[in-house]
Design a protein around this ligand. Structure first.
Ligand code: HEC
Length: 106
């Protein structure tokens, strides 16, 4: 194997591993950009009111399902209306990214 080929393989591996880590990085930055932290806390576990949920460590499937239900209005119990207005800012792919990141938190 020549050197040029080796360098090429090494750099594509670096790109691949960077892509693998952006999944959670994107979730974290979306959580900031879409103002989720304003209610749920910057670390996703210190909500501004005790009646608001902690999200850190939640199962991603559950978190995504709740976001979709709150967005569509299927879930309208409790304080869900407080969050519904913000859900116009996120599409399903973004919700999935955020859910993935939330599930990675301890
Ligand atoms: C204005 C305040 C507010 C904002 C902003 C907000 N939420 Fe919420 N969120 C809530 C409240 C309140 C609930 C709980 C509703 C209830 O009482 O049933 C909730 C519930 C949730 C749940 C379900 C938790 C569970 O255990 O069932 C998830 C997941 C969630 N929010 C994620 C997000 C994400 C992601 C964003 C940003 C796109 C966001 N929220 C923005 C107030 C907010």
């Amino acid at each position: 194997m020549n050197l040029k080929k080796t360098v090429l393989i090494a750099s594509s591996m670096a790109i691949l591993s960077a892509m693998a880590t952006t999944a959670s990085a994107d979730g974290a930055s979306l959580y900031q950009a879409k103002t989720c932290w304003a209610c749920h806390g910057k670390d996703a576990q210190t909500p501004i009111l005790p009646i608001y949920p902690k999200l850190a460590g939640q199962n991603k499937e559950y978190a995504l399902a709740q976001m979709k239900d709150i967005k569509s209005g299927v879930r309208s119990n409790g304080q869900a209306a407080a969050m519904q207005g913000v859900m116009g800012l996120v599409n399903e792919a973004e919700m999935a990214e955020i859910a993935e990141w939330l599930s990675s938190l301890k």
